[in-house]
Design a protein around this ligand. Structure first.
Ligand code: WT7
Length: 647
């Protein structure tokens, strides 16, 4: 029996979307998507209003996804110019630096507009134009938002790379996207520690296949020592200062690309998820207003980094398209201590707070003390994203952080979906801890069994989407075939999410986690194949298999089983070397939590690694190994179980 958390009456009374609104509009949004989305599209400012609305088919023979295909608009105009008359002096961004004693700054819509225009002009002078790809490798500072919007203004396609990725990962993204320009900073700072961003870019540009990059713009942020290589490297301030503070926006077709964001899949190579302009922006803005019940005077804080899709949709595009005040936080939630987020909430009178379950669990571990010494009275709504939230963390968030007053929205979505697909609408229906509840307008989830049969009513299986929504990704950059094969081949006519889910008697969805070879570490997606490829690049490694295991704070941890080439010895030193090798190859976020020597891996007689068994070994559930009769050598499993115990 799960407990229901009803909508507080005062919240419901002022809600943007009430239960009655949803019961009326959701069925219409499914029955007649053209009418519904045609009406919603009016909330954007179009240079040419669309007359074509939804054009989509997931069938192999006639595969296409287009929204608002004859519409024209510019995303930066929608996020900036449109607000100048009514909100010019309103804070678009509040910047809170890593160092709590540092100065917080407010950037008004007028000032942000001017800063974006100056950079946009500078980029045009550097030869960047419509369709060119620009890598943004910046810390969570105002310039990161400026860089994204400046690209959007001139029609360049931004590719933001999270600051925790290594030189090799940057190079991989440059190679795949053919980027001409990189915007970075001398260094980042997170939790008091410096991140050598420019050094990483230098190292990336020494790797093969990165010649497309002609220019590197460098924001002076910490003032740390770096190499500037002429004529390639230019100081950001030097090229931007003196530029006019207006800039003619590029007319973009709704289906012109807005950005590429790389994400992990079940193969070794990250996919360039491509989002286009009209549908993405509309979907980010509309979900942001409904799910977060946005009001004009809200101070909204999403803790995600702009290196992830959450930062794109719910730090930058959604909030700014809605004229909201969005807080940009450079730091991490647990530094200098676990009361930092709540001090920031009090300092800036934050009303809406959106974070990941892993952050909540990390804070919860420090107890209620650090929370209770702050006020948090300004808060009225809490949200989570990135991974399933365990009911215990949900209740702690609701009771301790929100003082029992604030609804919690558990929002399920993906890089591929552009915006939230399943989530409570906080004024419309009660929450159940651990459930993302019901679909957003226009979203048709389904649950299929292993054969692809759609299940009715209460059911558990794989989560699919039966039709397109405006924020859907349009392709894998440069690889339409991979797009179709990854998402539409498993269940013909449906988009397969890669997640498992259960639907309960009330029609609420409970996401159970990935069912493919992707692990979710602290809300970040990591492909097991990526970590395996990194490991086998090491000359002493013959074979590697990587699986996820339940981790108290991170949600899932990374467990690597490693077989060395014949003649090599399993030493402590090599162990450290291999962990460091993965870190430097992919980035710190892919660091294995456990690296276990595997003299051999469990395989079928045809030589296929039995991951199901490795997962059970990693979980420490030797009694649940299941059928092991197809193993070529059952003794291998005994050895690994013993190895795990002795670790
Ligand atoms: C995967 C997508 C979408 C922004 C952040 C992650 C998992 C995401 C939830 C949630 C349970 C969730 C899914 C999904 N996920 N939100 N509320 N409940 N699981 O984006 O890196 O593309 O990862 O994150 O497994 O497929 P992403």
């Amino acid at each position: 029996m799960t407990d229901l958390y009803p909508v507080p009456a005062d919240f419901a009374a002022r809600a943007n979307v009430t239960a009655a609104d949803y019961e009326r509009d959701y069925p219409e949004s499914i029955r007649n998507p053209d009418a519904f989305w045609g009406r919603i599209a009016g909330r954007l400012e179009w240079m040419k209003a669309p007359t074509r609305i939804r054009e989509a088919s997931f069938d192999r023979e006639d595969f296409h996804i287009r929204w608002f295909a004859d519409g024209e608009l510019n995303a930066s105009v929608n996020c900036l110019d449109r607000h100048l008359a009514t909100r010019g002096n309103k804070a678009a961004l509040v910047f809170e630096p890593d160092d709590p004693s540092g100065e917080a700054t407010h950037v008004s819509y007028r000032e942000l507009h001017a800063r974006v225009c100056r950079l946009a002009n500078a980029l045009r002078n550097l030869g960047i134009g419509k369709g060119d790809r620009v890598i943004v490798y910046l810390p969570m500072i105002v310039e990161a938002v400026v860089a994204m919007l400046a690209c959007a203004r001139i029609g360049a396609v931004h590719t933001v790379v999270f600051g925790g990725f290594s030189a090799n990962s940057i190079a991989e993204r440059i190679r795949d996207s053919g980027a001409k320009l990189v915007i970075t900073a001398d260094e980042g700072v997170r939790g008091g520690r410096r991140v050598p961003l420019k050094d990483n870019v230098d190292a990336a540009l020494k790797l093969p296949g990165t010649n497309s990059v002609a220019t590197v713009l460098v924001v002076r942020h910490t003032g740390g020592a770096i190499d500037m290589q002429q004529p390639r490297d230019r100081w950001y301030h030097a090229v931007v200062d003196g530029q006019p503070d207006t800039c003619e926006p590029e007319r973009m077709n709704a289906e012109d690309p807005l950005f590429i964001l790389y994400t992990s899949g079940s193969t070794g190579k990250p996919k360039g998820v491509l989002h286009t302009t009209g549908g993405y922006l509309l979907y980010a803005a509309y979900t942001h207003e409904c799910v977060f019940d946005l009001k004009e005077d809200d101070v909204y804080w999403c803790t995600a980094d702009v290196g992830w899709v959450t930062g794109h949709s719910y730090v930058v595009y959604g909030p700014l398209a809605n004229g909201a005040t969005s807080l940009v936080f450079e730091g991490i939630p647990t530094w200098p201590d676990a009361s930092r987020p709540w001090q920031v909430v009090d300092r800036h009178q934050v009303t809406i707070f959106y974070t990941a379950p892993t952050a909540i669990r990390a804070l919860m571990r420090e107890g209620s003390g650090p929370v209770e010494k702050t006020s948090r009275k300004s808060l009225r709504l809490l949200g989570t994203v990135g991974e399933p939230i365990n009911p215990e963390a949900w209740r702690w968030y609701h009771e301790v952080v929100g003082g029992g007053r604030c609804p919690v929205v558990d929002t399920w979505w993906q890089t591929e979906t552009g915006g939230i697909l399943v989530s409570p609408l906080p004024g419309a229906w009660p929450a159940k801890p651990g459930s993302a509840t019901r679909p957003f307008f226009g979203v048709q989830p389904g649950i299929v069994d292993a054969e692809g049969k759609l299940l009715e009513g209460e059911a558990e299986g794989n989560l699919v989407l039966l039709d397109s929504w405006p924020g859907q990704m349009r392709t894998v950059y440069g690889d339409d075939k991979r797009f179709f094969d990854t998402y539409f081949a498993a269940y013909p006519g449906m988009y397969f999410t890669g997640d498992g889910a259960r639907r309960d008697a009330d029609g609420y969805y409970w996401i159970t986690g990935r069912v493919d070879d992707v692990i979710n570490v602290s809300g970040h997606r990591i492909g097991t194949a990526e970590v395996e490829s990194a490991l086998v690049l090491h000359p002493k490694v013959a074979e590697a298999a990587v699986v996820g295991f339940p981790h108290e704070v991170k949600g899932q941890g990374i467990h690597a089983f490693v077989t060395l080439v014949a003649g090599e010895t399993e030493t402590e030193e090599l162990h450290r070397e291999l962990v460091a090798h993965v870190r430097s190859h992919i980035g710190p976020l892919a660091t294995p939590d456990i690296l276990q020597w595997a003299p051999a891996l469990p395989k079928t007689r045809s030589g296929k690694i039995m991951r199901r068994i490795l997962r059970k070994i990693a979980e420490g559930a030797p009694d649940q190994l299941g059928d092991t009769s197809t193993l070529a050598d059952p003794g291998v499993v005994e050895g690994l179980l013993a190895g795990r115990r002795n670790r």
